[in-house]
Design a protein around this ligand. Structure first.
Ligand code: ZN
Length: 121
């Protein structure tokens, strides 16, 4: 978009060179839509994280002491490996990726170990 057009309605701007909007109404509408869009993205990501967490929790509860699982079983439930809340490195080769309080550590290309978090202060 040309820098000399209103960011909201795209009308040609007149006046000061650093002007970005026609008027306060366009500025306000633009900011409102930006914020709504940001909030929408936040909600979408949060929904994915919560779903990931519930998938891990379901397997952890079902499996009891057995903690190893093939990644494909998580993926079949809709688990998205790209999304996690935080990562803890156990050593140079090994890390745990958490979705809130439950995470996994990759033990082979297609296999993970489920891990429950300890809250560290
Ligand atoms: Zn405008």
């Amino acid at each position: 978009m040309d820098a000399r057009n209103c960011r909201h309605c795209n009308e040609l701007l007149r006046g000061r060179a650093d002007k970005k909007f026609c008027d306060p109404a366009c500025r306000s509408a633009y900011n409102y839509l930006q914020q709504r869009n940001n909030y929408h993205t936040f909600n979408k990501i949060n929904a994915v994280l919560r779903k990931n967490r519930s998938i891990l929790a379901a397997f952890a509860n079902e499996m009891g002491e057995r903690k190893y699982i093939d990644k494909i079983h998580l993926e079949m439930q809709g688990f998205q490996f790209r999304y996690f809340t935080h990562e803890v490195n156990l050593d140079k080769k090994c890390s745990v990726r958490y979705c809130y309080d439950i995470g996994y550590s990759t033990v082979a290309d297609s296999r993970v170990e489920l891990v429950r978090a300890k809250y560290l202060t």
